[in-house]
Design a protein around this ligand. Sequence first.
Ligand code: 26Q
Length: 824
Amino acid sequence: AKASVAIAALPSTEELKNSIIKHLHGSLGTDVNKASPQAWWRATCAAVNEYVYDGLRNTQRTHYLQNTRAVHYFSLEYLMGRLFSNNLHNIGVYDAAKVALAELGLNIADLEDQEEDMALGNGGLGRLAACFIDSMATLNFPAIGYGIHYEHGLFKQEFSDGRQIERPDSWREYGNPWEICRPESIQEISVYGYVETTYDLQGKMKKVWHPGRIIKGVPWDIPVVGYQGSSVNVLRLWESRASDFFNWDVFNSGGYIDAARQNIEAETISKVLYPNDETDAGKELRLIQQYFFCSCSLKDIIRRYKRANGDDWSKFPQQVAIQLNDTHPAVAIPELMRILVDRADMGWDDAWNICQHVFAYTNHTLLPEALEKWSVRLFEKVLPRHLEIIYEINRRFLVEQVDVLWPGDNDKKRKLSIIEESHEPMVRMGHLSVVGSFRVNGVAQIHSELVKSDLFPEMVALWPDKFTNVTNGVTPRRWLKACNPRLAKLLDETIGDEWPRDLKQLEKFAAFADDPAIQDAFMAIKQQNKADLATVVKKLTNISIDPHAIFDVQIKRLHEYKRQHLNLLHILALYRRILQNPDYDMVPRVFLFGAKAAPGYKLAKEIIYAINKVAEKINNDKRVKNRLKVVFMPNYRVTLAEKMIPAADVSEQISTAGKEASGTGNMKLALNGAITVGTLDGANIEIAEEVGPDNISIFGLTVDEVKALQAKGYHSWDYYYQDTEIKAILDWLETDYFTPGKPGELSAIKRSLLEGGDPYLVLADFQSYVKAQEKVESWYRDQSGWAKKAILNTALMGKFTSDRSIEDYVERVWKLDACKISQD
Ligand code: 26Q
């Protein structure tokens, strides 16, 4: 049953065909005889947009008339990927469009390939935001996503002799058919300058910020189409421009050139997405990006609120919830305080009361080096008034909360202070976010526990009810229905077609796990998906892979804690066993990697290089007899994930326990029937609970064992000297075997594991990992048994839909009502 339908009438195949041709003529100015695939794609987008815009209007009108409470998702990242097939699927016209295009002599897949990925994010956090806005629209929750309209998304990756090269991503070079510019909603924001203390006639102190620069924010709206046209929400992304008022007001040629330079500087703000890179931490432009979009978004929210509620602020927390996607948008907290106290003349206590009922904060990491901090010096330069406000928030917090619970305890104050007092004093954005929010959540059960016990234990003592968990999820529309049409069809035929909006329905598929016909059908689908991927691999890398081998997939950003190098050590162990025993009996396996390394992350780049060099050697070694292949797919991104995930047999989720907050690739792979080889980390733990121990291969130290080992002192050298296989492999990496004529080229990994102390316990988990892999291999030898496990993985992953995550947020955090959309 459809909850509500924002889009009035869907087109027939014939109407769609006519509309595409109409747009080819009327919007593209070309003709069926000479139109390029690009023009056909644009014309089809334009035809589809007629329905999208219809739903958008109906949704916005309904929300306005009902004056609904809404959630405002603040995120520096949205990793949307392509929107074409997603929008067609969600509107419900994919099949009609496929036929219409076929009748016009076009293949829908060729059109899909015209679209650039919208890669405005780094990885999990950005993709989570994209899944969440899909679910919010599908479930009819009034919601707006706010972010930055980057001109360049995440860099494109190429390999040159096995080394990563970064190239700019210019996704909008030829325009973007999905976005609508809204000049009527431009905002202006300020940065730099100084604060003046003044007194009014009553002698009341008043702070006046005299900004150094004024910048314009231009909003671009991307419609977010809910499944079956439920609601059409928006993602509003801000582009920075110079304020005309401020910059071109010049009287001489020097001023003119200076104004042109200021224009460029203003436009720089939304120029490029930062790759998550420790070496880039603390960069001024990043802080300005954060403030720019938070300030534009808050002003946008307030404008809309005032239109409906006038100047009465009392209902603001009733109408507005703001979710902070990590601490990246945390500067929104002092910004709202500034607007309320300085601009709306509200008293501090009332203003703070509003803030504390509006903001909620999601934490995505425990890694100390990833916790955001800004130097007080930089903050003062860019946002002088906000620094004062943060000081006042902190002063009151320490006096009114901390000192009340722990009178005179300076150690507690030092730990809890928003300002870290060190040689260079720093603003701790995590602390600010916890203090300024009414709810704080982690992204998987174990992670949320660790947020409480290891990250903010004193905050928990102050506010035990503030902390909660919302386990991540992924949208089954993109990550099953659209990316794996064969499996989707089998599911429709066996359990009905309600699963895309009610993923728990997949449980019904478990009843077929022992059914030989369904096992065969399931394995045949996997086989076809693998053959498709083999074609892609051949095209991208020129490597031939056997679709009958096990496809073992590790796809995620490259990071030591994710341990792609543990995977590499296993590959080397297998290779070595083959060389030592030419008849070594193993099920042929293809190891597939996809990963980008942050441009400044040296060791991550060395790991990519090592995998590529080892791959080259193994793939060309006749003695291997195709038992092993290693493929590093270049430029891993959403669109490549959509091709790799449906073809995966084995899913590598091998982070050091306690380091991966949740993971979401783990969910996508298991949902598509891959068997997880994983540690008890993040959401793997919950996946194991759902699928059961027979259907997942768990290995390695637990969080508690990791802590215990590190407390007693971990000595990676012991593993090197006591395990001949480990020693042989690490020594091998130092020779010139994989880099002929250049010994030592791959030694960075060995160094980090030995001299570097192996901070992520790779060697400690190695043998346990090898056993988990052997277990998976023995499972694979029994094809029927494997089919059963794979089917049960798909069947038992219903919990991990992002619809469930959003329902958890609604219940535990946002307290929203769904809003049925009516047509005009
Ligand atoms: C920080 C400072 C300067 C520039 C960039 C950054 C930056 C950008 C992105 C820091 C971190 C990120 C992204 C983090 C991320 O993707 N975390 C992942 O979030 C997922 C969704 O919750 C989890 O599933 C993953 O476990 C977590 O690693």
